[in-house]
Write a protein that binds this ligand. Sequence first.
Ligand SMILES: [Zn+2]
Length: 287
Amino acid sequence: MKRSIVVTLNFDDFHPQSGPDGDFGGDPQRGTLRMILDLLEEFPALRVTLFAVPSWTDRPYRMPTKWYHLKRALGFRPVVKGWDGEPFRLDKHREWCDAVRNRSAAGRLELAVHGLHHHNPNLVIHGQEFLGLEKEETRRRISQAEKIFEEVRLPFVKGFRAPGWGYGAETLRALADAGYDFVGLFGSPYQLSKPGLIEGMVVIPQNYSIKDSPDTALAVALRDGVVHAKGHTAYRYGREVIENGLSPEHFENLRRALRALGEQYEVRYLFLSEYAREARAQLSQQA
Ligand SMILES: [Zn+2]
């Protein structure tokens, strides 16, 4: 009999932008969102958690990534304007919201919260919106993000990942106050392979990136009994390359990894919210 494992799959930065600068899942017919829908077709039990941004304001980056990192290493802190007029606020993309709602109503997609704007005026790449923010302002942004989801009638779960992995103790306290259930905190794979609790919220570590080989996915499954696969919706934004973005190449890689896992294991696919519920029950038994 095959051993049973859990597989979750999640992507950051989901919002209705799809154009020459980047594709974050804005078009159900093509690109990133199409690839995600194709995966759902090929793997009928698969569930995908999308960390969505209800009013994305980061603008595409025009400087080659290595210059950006060099400037940051030298302590240069640019002030960067975001998009004016909140062009990607969900209520300006009602049709897109309808398409996403239909898929999530079918029980295949769930939305979690990835900030309000994703933007930090002092950081260019992957704006760490919450880095250095006070608890009250954090609370305000989280509640504003939820209001936008509610206003466009897009269901979401109380799960959070900080844009650009930028958060602090104030962020966690604000989320706990707002009744958040789980947080994805660790950007680097393999830092932590077991779930834990922080401020009463379940911490779900990432342990597989969609750019890693199928063999890596198998090794992670063997080690942890669970594969939390993670990627970004966009592969490029302006001149920025997002290393584990859902490019056609990473899409093929991910398909191969999911197939390989299915061949070797009895796979139970869960949403991150479902995984968090099970992890919380297990952690409270151990306590
Ligand atoms: Zn992000």
